[in-house]
Design a protein. Structure first.
Length: 88
């Protein structure tokens, strides 16, 4: 079976142009992000080799001596006990 494609030269040139544009875009994006590395904060983390240090679930220490935190903790425990008693 023979498939005849009309205007194949024009289609081949158009395909080559699209591939060239995509290649240029792929090459320009890292260069532009390198230029904006110092000026735009969002790009500053892209170039680093991040090494996780310690526990990934680490959270900041907050003041635990406040009355609000103690009240919320007691409320959560009471709600958990209530739902556990209800299931039994």
């Amino acid at each position: 079976m023979i498939i005849v494609v009309g205007k194949w030269k024009k289609k081949l040139i158009r395909l080559g142009a699209v591939v060239l544009i995509l290649a240029l875009f792929a090459a320009v994006v890292p260069m532009v992000s390198g230029i904006f590395y110092e000026k735009v904060p969002v790009f500053s983390g892209w170039m680093k080799d991040e090494q996780p240090s310690g526990n990934p679930m680490r959270v900041e220490k907050t003041q635990e001596d406040t009355n609000f935190n103690q009240t919320v903790d007691r409320f959560v425990v009471k709600m958990q006990n209530f739902y556990h008693e209800e299931k039994e």
